[in-house]
Design a protein around this ligand. Structure first.
Ligand code: C5P
Ligand code: MG
Length: 176
């Protein structure tokens, strides 16, 4: 059984939701999203939070007990964080943040490998270098903020998939 099932979480990936929205021919945001993703920049939060909130609301409307979410790739910058606080104030509690820590070179290598089959427009060296810059400038400070609140659970993600998974399981057994 997948852990998210065991612990009753619904997994939502901000990047995945944005990629789906980009594919939706009825969306007015498709082009903008593509441009941001290719440039490794963070899409304005109004778009991302509305996608996340819609998924959360739909999940809970279908089953009121499904009110625990594992949100992947969010918040990625100050704008994301402000949008979350504004929209979720009094509605959601952040229990903890999983930080998959891994050095740049390994991340780039893994994404280039993934790029052989992912079809993602940002799995190329140029976009990846930009993503690293965005991470250092905009995302790392957000992780630091959560760190100050004592909410960060750090995992050494340079290890193998199985080892990383075991670390995650330990955290969920304790916290989830
Ligand atoms: O997390 P993932 O690798 O799927 O993110 C891919 C891209 O999606 C990011 O580099 C960024 O352009 C966009 N994204 C975003 N805001 C988020 C998550 C992802 O703009 N919160
Ligand atoms: Mg992601």
């Amino acid at each position: 059984m997948a852990k998210k099932e065991k612990y009753g979480y619904t997994h939502l990936s901000a990047g995945e939701l944005l990629r789906d929205e980009r594919k939706n021919p009825d969306s007015q945001y498709g082009e903008l999203i593509e441009k941001y993703i290719k440039d490794g920049k963070i899409v304005p939060v109004e778009i991302t939070i509305s996608l996340l909130k819609r998924e959360m609301d739909q999940t809970m409307a279908a089953n009121a007990q499904k009110n625990k979410f594992l949100i992947d790739g969010f918040p990625r910058n100050q704008d994301n964080l402000q949008g979350w606080n504004k929209t979720m104030d009094g509605k959601a509690e952040v229990s903890f943040v999983l930080f998959f820590d891994c050095n740049n070179e390994i991340c780039i290598e893994r994404c280039l490998e993934r790029g052989k089959s992912s079809g993602r427009s940002d799995d190329n060296r140029e976009s990846l270098e930009k993503r690293i810059q965005t991470y250092l400038q905009s995302t790392k400070p957000i992780i630091d903020l959560y760190e100050e609140m004592g909410k960060v659970k750090k995992i050494d993600a340079s290890k193998s998939v199985d080892e990383v998974f075991d670390e995650v399981v330990k955290i969920f057994d304790k916290e989830g």
